[in-house]
Structures are given as C-alpha cells and as structure tokens.
Design a protein around this ligand. Structure first.
Ligand code: ADP
Ligand code: MG
Length: 228
C-alpha cells in the first residue's frame, strides 16, 4: 500500500525518513490539520491557492533540524521565494547539505507551540509524549507520557500533568489554546483508530514539533517520521 511504498522510498535515502510533505500527507489522511503547501524545485513558481504569508523550508535528505542550518524562513512573500531559496542554498551548502527542493507552505497564525512525539517501545507498542514547545521542553523538561491507544480522557489527563498547562489555558494574559482541538489531533494520531495503530513496524518514531495551537485550531506544522 501507500505507506509501504513510502517506507521503501525512505530506505533509499541517506537518513531513512519520510519527507516532511510525505509525513504531512499521511497526517492529513487521518484528519490531522497541516498547513496547505507544495513541494517545488528551486526556481519553480507556486500556484495561487497557497496564500501569503508563506513559510519556505529546505527539502534535503541529509538535514534533520532544518532551522539549525538556515533551512526555514517564515513570513515570506511570493515574490521573495527565489531570493530566499538562493540564501538557503548557500547556507545549506556551507553546512555540507544539498538543497533538493523547497516546501512552500502557508504560515499558520501564531499560537502555543506544543510537541507531540511517539516512539515504538519493544513489547509495549507506542509511547506517546506531549510537551510545551520551546524553553519549557528544552530546559524544564515539562513533558507527559502515555501508551497508545489513548482515550480522550487519558490525553486530557496527560495535558493536565504539564506544569505549562496553565499557559495553554491562557494564564498571564496569553491566548487560550483550543484544548479540544489539541485533544482531537492527539487522538487522531494516538487514539484507538489513530495513525500510529495503522503504521507498519518499520516506522519507529514520529515527531510533530511543533503543533501550533491557537484559540481556534491545532495544526501540525512540522512532521518527522523515522524508518527503522
Ligand atoms: P525544524 O526542522 O527546524 O524543526 P520546523 O518545520 O519545525 O523546522 O520549523 C521551524 C519553526 O518555524 C517552527 O518551530 C515554527 O515556529 C515555525 N514554522 C514552521 N512552519 C510553520 C508554518 N507553516 N506556519 C507558522 N510557523 C511555522
Ligand atoms: Mg520542527
């Protein structure tokens, strides 16, 4: 099937991963919101249905953390794409990476950045992790774990384990995140009929980092699928 084909294509790459666009189309198939976007070759024109502001991301089989190497530019206008691509190509080359193409997508309005990850634990199935993005995860290691398949109540309980849950709930004058939308997203990934349950054994790790959760939406703006 389609996933088996993606896996065999990923195995041919230098690091066995789905491309971001491949991962995102799989997420969409399970009803998980992702930004509208298109993969293009450098110099190619994008269609009008992708609306500004745009995000331009490097497609490179050797690059894992795109922004570390200058591989992500947010807030780009349509007429700036070529210029951004040229800079990106130079920066990637300097870091020893090839630029194979661009993923151009709509820039999702700002919100809380949440990390959702899953790792296959031998004999246990999928271990699911959720945390708040940025410094909260990196410095405070504010994360919660659960085992898939997760019921909605379990997902909500995991979110309430986070010290940062207050922030999601709109503490300190921040925007209140759409928690039901986030629970739905996690359920479509890790629930009883979720994506994780349908993946063949070859996929061993998934990272949605970040999911942007605003007052009205939860959108996976990055997707990494690792093939073992
Ligand atoms: P990396 O490989 O560096 O993790 P990401 O795809 O996560 O690259 O992009 C880096 C950052 O850019 C994200 O953490 C997010 O803040 C922002 N970003 C990426 N894509 C979008 C998007 N479509 N809309 C809004 N912000 C985005
Ligand atoms: Mg990311």
């Amino acid at each position: 099937d389609a996933v088996a084909e993606l896996i065999s294509i990923a195995r041919e790459r230098e690091s066995a991963m789905f491309t971001e666009a491949e991962g995102k189309s799989l997420l969409s198939a399970f009803g998980i919101d992702t930004p509208r976007g298109i993969e293009i070759a450098v110099g190619q024109i994008i269609s009008d249905d992708i609306r500004e502001p745009l995000v331009v991301k490097a497609i490179s089989s050797t690059l894992v953390h795109k922004s570390d190497a200058g591989g992500v530019r947010v807030g780009v206008r349509r007429d700036e794409i070529d210029e951004v691509a040229a800079r990106m190509g130079e920066q990637l080359a300097a870091a020893g990476h090839r630029l194979n193409g661009l993923l151009v997508e709509e820039m999702v309005p700002s919100g809380h950045e949440v990390i959702v990850g899953a790792v296959r634990a031998p004999g246990l199935g999928w271990t699911v992790m959720v945390g708040l993005g940025g410094v909260l995860v990196e410095i405070f290691e504010d994360v919660a774990f659960g085992l898939a398949p997760l019921a909605n109540e379990q997902i909500l309980a995991m979110l309430h384990e986070l010290r940062g849950m207050k922030v999601l709930d709109g503490a300190r004058g921040g925007e209140r995140a759409d928690i039901p939308a986030l629970v739905t997203l996690i359920s479509r990934l890790a629930g009883p009929n979720g994506l994780l349950q349908s993946l063949p054994d070859d996929v061993i790790e998934i990272d949605l980092n970040p999911v942007i959760v605003s007052g009205t939406r939860a959108v996976a703006v990055d997707a990494r699928f690792v093939v073992g």
